[in-house]
Design a protein around this ligand. Structure first.
Ligand code: ADP
Length: 317
């Protein structure tokens, strides 16, 4: 009976995502901060921090075109470049957002293709596109009738979509199966670190595994004491100061702003119903799965949840 209920709830969520569009997720009034690609990287950091955001669409004013999305990955690339070229600080200091593609080439990372979607398309499609490209956010791009130019309307994140589901789909209550009986989240080969691990090691782990957070454990005990997140690099290199890259994780975490959303945990006995309840109430970006002794069991991220609600039980995926 529980399996059947769980499947019914998933079907309701999928049907809901197919009849709603990205426009439905947008608040009635919102602001969109767009960066000109000629902006200095170090200035862009300060603007993000001042506005409490972690990403922004880019605009190339020379060609009047949308130039992709600036995300924490771009800053991590700059950090890696600096780490490989420590004598080039003067050059790094003068990097502009339009240098980001050259930095990708210099450090040998494959550029992330910017997927985008028209705001009128079903949310379901936006979710599928995000899962396929592993993007955590997707720009909503419309075409101006007169100029035929692409215009960025807004950006929709995984979090915003899951929150929208959490607020609007009452059948979520039926998702009562505990995590231990589901195939959602990661429970092996977890990347972790200690408070005294050099923060650069953690940043390298984020890149190597293409993940957005690393749980920080207490040595010998194994209990979770904190989580280092990809967004933490933004405060770390604030104002283009790269000295803090020599800190330990523990020291780096002390630089977090007061607005830090906090760390969310859950247990293998929690159900997605409870987890959606948390997403509805708070700005949850991932949950660290722990046991009764606060020992790390796994990581459950928004893309894991999104993948489960979209694809679980679907054939031919
Ligand atoms: P999201 O894509 O939701 O932003 P992540 O990029 O952190 O989240 O996660 C991508 C995938 O990697 C997910 O399947 C997640 O369970 C897994 N993952 C996340 N953090 C870790 C970690 N520290 N160690 C191993 N796997 C992880």
């Amino acid at each position: 009976a529980m399996d059947w209920e769980q499947m019914e709830a998933l079907k309701t969520i999928r049907a809901f995502l197919k009849v709603r569009t990205s426009y439905d997720v947008l608040p009635l009034s919102f602001r969109l901060i767009v960066f000109d690609t000629s902006l200095l990287v170090k200035k862009s950091l300060n603007i993000l921090i001042q506005n409490g955001i972690v990403s922004a669409p880019l605009w190339d004013s020379k060609t009047s075109t949308f130039a992709g999305l600036l995300t924490t990955s771009d800053y991590i690339n700059v950090i890696q470049y600096y780490w490989q070229n420590p004598d080039a600080l003067a050059r790094v200091d003068q990097f502009r957002l339009n240098s980001l593609r050259d930095i990708e080439k210099a450090i040998g990372v494959t550029p992330i293709e910017t997927v985008s979607i028209h705001p009128d398309r079903p949310l379901y499609e936006a979710c599928r596109k995000m899962l396929e490209s592993r993007a955590r956010r997707i720009p909503l791009v419309d075409v101006d009738d007169e100029t035929h130019r692409a215009m960025v309307v807004s950006v929709v994140t995984q979090y915003r979509i899951l929150k929208f589901v959490a607020v609007n789909v009452k059948e979520l209550q039926k998702l009562r199966k505990p995590l231990k009986d589901l195939n959602v989240g990661t429970y092996s080969n977890l990347a972790t670190a200690y408070m005294d691990t050099p923060v650069m090691d953690v940043i390298h782990a984020l890149v190597k595994k293409n993940i957005s957070s690393v749980p920080i454990l207490e040595k010998d005990v194994g209990s979770v004491v904190n989580v280092f997140e990809a967004v933490d690099v933004i405060t770390l290199i604030k104002g283009g100061n790269y000295d803090d890259l020599n800190l330990s994780v523990g020291e780096a975490l002390l630089k977090r702003s007061d607005e830090f959303a906090g760390i969310y945990t859950c247990s293998m006995n929690d159900s997605l119903a409870t987890i959606f309840e948390q997403i509805r109430k708070s700005r949850v970006h991932r949950l660290v799965v722990i046991d009764e002794e606060s020992k790390l069991k796994g990581v459950l991220t928004l893309s894991d949840i999104l993948e489960y609600i979209l694809l679980e039980g679907e054939e031919n995926e």
